[in-house]
Write a protein that binds this ligand. Structure first.
Ligand code: GLY
Length: 331
């Protein structure tokens, strides 16, 4: 119980300084199509990501539309967000832990069930790219901390300062007032999980994040954990998560969503069921956020979140579509 409270409090303490989540209004380009994107409409190739990371899906679509693989598409889409210093929850510019160190988590998974992940890695700008190297160049699935960083240097990645002046300023402000004391709030996450299906009908996924703002040093959430933050089964579909990683880990969330699709649920129904199961274990809590997105083998998509305000973005031959997701609390 103590541990639960600590984690809850560490996340909520951070939230006071976090800018509003990417609550993406249903933009003009999207509104007419929003209703169709989590229906049974089959669209492929297609890239889909959590939140409104339109540059990420645009990049993924560029890869897919040129005949590239879903694996390249999700990696390159993820890299776009990792390089964006204005994004405070992914890659360079991500918010640091309590000690002022930016530590990054990422994973990637391909059509054959191959996967790679890095956990709590510092000084490397693109953890999703290192995760892919782990997958392709080692017999392992996960590398953590100093080992992951050392491996990245061996693979030619450069040492990069991930803490921007802006993130440092905000962290120093947080330190003045927080005193590591709890503040009740809702933890808002903008982790990017990105899924794609290519012209061959093959699925891949990636997930990358700097994790909870001002987390305890060494904390790792769901994002680099295969089955929790991401899961791909090329026969069935793929799913990925955003939000409070501890809750997603407890339910092996993304694996659950894919298994629900295996049992015949649509991506939308599977995401809803996954969220409801998490809420069933947290009956008295409304102070955290979790969202899932999913795609099935046919190219149908869906997304659902505990809190209102979540959206997901798809990019296909139909163009950009930003779909506001339904939410459990609204339902
Ligand atoms: N979902 C990202 C994290 O909890 O770190």
């Amino acid at each position: 119980m103590q541990r639960r409270n600590f984690l809850k409090n560490s996340s909520v303490a951070a939230a006071g300084l976090i800018s509003a989540p990417l609550i993406t209004s249903c933009a003009n380009e999207t509104s007419s199509k929003a209703e169709t994107t989590h229906s049974t409409k089959v669209i492929r190739p297609i890239a889909i990501c959590t939140w409104n990371f339109k540059n990420a899906t645009a990049k993924a679509w560029e890869v897919l539309s040129e005949g590239g693989s879903s694996l390249d598409a999700v990696q390159q889409g993820g890299m776009v967000e990792e390089a964006d210093v204005t994004n405070k929850t992914v890659g360079v510019g991500g918010r640091p832990d309590r000690d002022g160190n930016v530590t990054l988590d990422a994973c990637i998974m391909d059509k054959d069930g191959n996967c790679g992940a890095v956990l709590c890695m510092q000084n490397i700008a693109s953890p999703v790219s290192v995760a892919r190297k782990v997958m392709e160049d080692t017999p392992h699935v996960m590398l953590a901390g100093k080992g992951a960083e050392k491996f990245a240097y061996e693979k030619g990645f450069e040492k990069t300062n991930l803490l921007t002046e802006q993130s440092k300023k905000e962290w120093l402000e947080w330190k003045k007032t927080s005193k590591y004391k709890p503040i009740i709030n809702i933890e808002n996450h903008d982790t990017i999980g990105i899924l794609a299906i290519d012209k061959n009908g093959d699925l891949s996924g990636a997930c990358t994040t700097s994790g909870m703002s001002y987390k305890y040093a060494g904390r790792v959430g769901d994002s680099p954990i295969i089955g929790a933050g991401l899961f791909v089964d090329n026969e069935i579909g793929a799913a990925t998560a955003t939000g409070v990683g501890e809750e997603v880990v407890r339910t092996v969330g993304s694996f659950l969503i894919v298994e629900l699709m295996r049992q015949g649920k649509s991506p939308q129904e599977a995401c809803e069921e996954g969220v409801k199961r998490i809420m069933a274990k947290n009956k008295d809590r409304t102070d955290f956020q979790i969202g899932f997105i999913a795609i099935n083998k046919k190219g149908e998509t869906g997304g659902y979140c505990i809190q209102p305000g979540f959206s997901y973005r798809t990019y296909s031959e139909e163009g950009h579509i930003n779909t506001p997701s339904d939410s459990y609390l609204k339902a």
